[in-house]
Design a protein around this ligand. Structure first.
Ligand SMILES: Cc1ncc(COP(=O)(O)O)c(C=O)c1O
Length: 383
């Protein structure tokens, strides 16, 4: 058998990692400013995380949601504390980001009895059926996923948002608005706080559910636990994945108290298993104990201010450690040059024109300086 060939890969195999550094099979060292798509939140092989997961594995690897899983309550407590959501909010656990959004959209539809969803132009919400229907990329929507239940509104356009509600009102009403406070896959595009506040007030007005997709922008990356927090509002459902498990596959929904569960409404075999829960609890505790949201904000601000001084960069966007670097069009293959010439991992968007920095939340200023020197070198070959 061989792998189904769907990924474009770099010709490098990473075998070990520690903190913000990873090593290939030859022992060559790379600075990881990408965290494998924003997944590594507390650093590779973080000692607290390794101890939690290996300790649990030695006791019990898995038992299903047919029994009490005490690790779930511990995780709910830790997430309630680090996020500031507190004890009345409810947690549903699953296995990936797409699955989190799929369940959030389904839950909004159960809750409201409606079908229409408003999504934002440029959005990426995952590849399962509803999540991909709410994703603004026709090339990954299979004919079977096409849905006339999703209305795409224009990024940051308040009039278009109101119009989308009006259109849906004549067709059974809006079940949910799903929005990333910072669009990641689209190239780190920050949604204006006025737009997020308008989503909140229109959802209130029309009885719709506000789903904040915090899968890439959440988990403390922007300096507050949820990127939506910068608008000083609460969503009704927050979806999480990626950084929540620091590499252990996990998805989660934080659900507002007014949305009520019923037995059998949602479910999964693996979601909320013992290993995933202890992994995510360790992550939440490390973020809170080590003040990683402050670090993310401070190192992120430093990186952005230094990046803005570099020749060849058209725009620097983002918040905290979610940074998009839009390059002048004459630059090519910058991510590849950074990887193979400078041994720095970064991500890309918009066909390589935007570099995405999504490092671990405990990346240091000294490591940021290494990344900055590498970027300067690639963009200014003479320096
Ligand atoms: C904002 C956002 N939502 C959803 C997803 C899907 O997550 P997953 O790949 O874990 O299904 C992603 C993945 O990149 C994402 O960035």
């Amino acid at each position: 058998m061989k792998m189904f060939d769907v990924y474009s890969v770099h010709d490098v195999s990473i075998v070990t990692g520690r903190g913000s550094w990873v090593y290939d099979a030859k022992g060559d060292k790379y600075l990881d400013m990408y965290g494998g798509h924003a997944v590594i939140s507390v650093g590779h092989s973080n000692p607290d995380y390794v101890e939690a997961v290996t300790g649990q594995l030695g006791r019990l690897g898995f038992y299903s949601n047919s029994v009490v899983i005490s690790q779930q309550a511990e995780l709910a407590e830790a997430l309630g504390s680090v996020s500031g959501l507190g004890g009345d909010w409810q947690l549903f656990l699953c296995n990936s980001g797409a699955e989190a959004n799929e369940n959030a959209l389904k839950l909004a539809s159960f809750h409201t009895g409606r079908r229409k969803v408003i999504s934002v132009g440029g959005a990426f919400h995952g590849r399962t059926s509803l999540a991909v229907a709410a994703t603004d990329n026709p090339s990954i929507v299979a004919p079977i996923n096409e849905s006339n239940n999703v209305i795409f509104t224009t990024f940051n356009d308040l009039n278009a948002l109101e119009q989308a509600f009006a259109t849906a009102a004549s067709d059974g009403g809006v079940a949910a608005v799903i929005v990333e406070a910072i669009q990641g896959v689209a190239g780190i595009k920050v949604v204006e706080v006025e737009f997020l506040r308008a989503v909140r007030s229109l959802c209130d007005k029309h009885g719709a559910v506000y789903i904040a997709d915090e899968i890439q922008c959440g988990c403390g990356r922007t300096g507050r636990y949820f990127a939506t927090d910068w608008a000083d509002i609460r969503a009704d459902i927050y979806t999480m994945a990626k950084g929540i498990g620091n590499g252990f596959p996990m998805g989660a929904l934080a659900i507002a108290p007014h949305i009520k569960p019923r037995k059998g409404m949602l479910g999964t075999t693996f979601g909320g298993n013992q290993l995933a829960c202890v992994a995510a609890t360790a992550v939440a505790c490390v973020i809170e104990r080590d003040g990683l949201m402050n670090n993310a904000f401070e190192v992120g601000e430093y990186l952005m201010s230094e990046l803005r001084k570099i020749h060849g960069i058209r725009e620097v966007r983002g918040r905290g450690l979610m940074i998009g670097i839009e390059l002048n069009p004459d630059f090519e293959s910058v991510a590849t040059k950074l990887l193979f010439g400078q041994h720095v991992f970064v991500g890309t968007a918009s066909g390589g024109r935007v570099i995405r920095l999504l490092p671990a939340l405990n990346v240091s200023r000294a490591e940021a300086d290494v990344a900055l020197a590498a970027i300067r070198k690639v963009l200014t070959p003479s320096c």
